[in-house]
Design a protein around this ligand. Structure first.
Ligand SMILES: Nc1ncnc2c1ncn2[C@@H]1O[C@H](COP(=O)(O)OP(=O)(O)OP(=O)(O)O)[C@@H](O)[C@H]1O
Ligand SMILES: [Mg+2]
Length: 311
């Protein structure tokens, strides 16, 4: 019998865009380089892609992409009345790739009000595109977490094979999960209990032992907590890896922490090699998938695009 290798089914153009949000907690691990190169790669395959610079404090997608936008995300937040994100949608030198530029980084824009964030997320979903790639900033600020939670299954955690990065990504994921729980209940009692626990398992134990709730409520909350954790399925990308083995180990460690402490089961999306062509490409203002298409790191981006279903 001949075994036929199973191929993922290619997607057709979609009515509603898929959103991929790239975060990970630690600064400088390569979130922006990954977002830009993946967006360019997928656009070059013919998919309509919008790259969003949602790093509200230190945006630099334009630098890595090599464009200079006349508008800024500030213009969106300052729009009076009904907001329209298309007003700041910018063409790039790449066919099928458009850009939502970042902010000026001035204080009031770095801290948009909740309603502004909601409008921003809603508007992104209205864009005519197959894929929206959102580049987040470092840290686990509320804005970053709320943007990361735009999607349950398409949050990407970029890490490097270093303990500090894995540790930060775990804390980021935990903060995102706890933020989701907090938003779900909007209850001071649950919020207070949440703050006293470092893992979801400990939190569930403290709900079980709590006398604030009756037995039925305790049982219901515990079930809901497990369901919320299971609904988050982040994807891990290991950047700056020396080889596939090193990347796999780093991804496995993060997955194990996430599973054991948070009941979250991440998916390993792939890895990128450490390659000195990356800073070279940045300094030329050209994404490395364009300037260095034959480097192994560019093949890694293609692999990830394929794994996401963008052939
Ligand atoms: N695979 C790689 N190989 C070599 N250098 C890399 C690689 N990926 C990123 N870098 C370098 O690391 C630096 C940081 O990358 P990048 O700006 O993408 O990180 P970031 O996570 O977006 O940072 P921030 O948290 O500040 O937004 C870049 O200047 C780039 O030169
Ligand atoms: Mg960045």
């Amino acid at each position: 019998m001949r075994l036929v290798e199973e191929q993922p089914i290619p997607r057709t153009q979609k009515a509603a865009p898929e959103v991929l949000v790239v975060g990970g907690g630690k600064g400088g691990v390569g979130k922006t380089c990954f977002s830009v190169n993946l967006a360019v790669e997928i656009a070059r395959k013919g998919w309509r892609v919008v790259l969003v610079d949602a790093d509200l404090s230190c945006s630099n997608v334009e630098t890595v992409l090599g464009v200079e936008s006349q508008t800024k995300l500030d213009d969106f937040f300052y729009q009076k009345g009904g907001k329209d994100i298309r007003a700041i949608l910018t063409d790039t030198q790449y066919e099928n790739l458009k850009l939502i530029p970042g902010t000026t980084g001035l204080l009031d824009v770095a801290n948009p009000k909740y309603q502004q964030k909601v409008a921003f997320i809603r508007e992104l979903g209205q864009l005519e595109a197959d894929l929206i790639v959102v580049d987040l900033d470092a840290g686990a600020h509320l804005n970053t977490l709320d943007f990361f939670l735009m999607t349950d299954t398409n949050g990407v955690l970029v890490i490097t094979p270093e303990k500090t990065s894995i540790d930060n990504a775990f804390k980021f994921l935990r903060a995102a999960l706890f933020r989701k729980i907090e938003r779900f209940y909007q209850s001071p009692e649950v919020g207070l209990l949440l703050k006293r626990n470092e893992t979801l398992r400990e939190f569930i134990d403290s709900v079980r032992a709590s006398e604030i709730f009756d037995a039925d409520t305790r049982k219901r909350i515990c079930g809901e907590l497990v369901a919320i954790a299971r609904s988050i399925k982040p994807k891990i990308v290991v950047n700056r890896a020396r080889n596939a083995y090193e990347a796999q180990i780093a991804a496995n460690i993060l997955s194990k922490f996430a599973r054991q402490s948070l009941m979250v089961e991440p998916e390993n999306l792939g890895f990128l090699f450490f390659d000195k062509c990356v800073p070279e490409a940045i300094n030329c203002g050209t994404p490395f998938v364009v300037s260095h298409p034959r480097q192994k790191i560019s093949a890694c981006v293609t692999d990830i695009a394929n794994r996401l279903g963008y052939f």
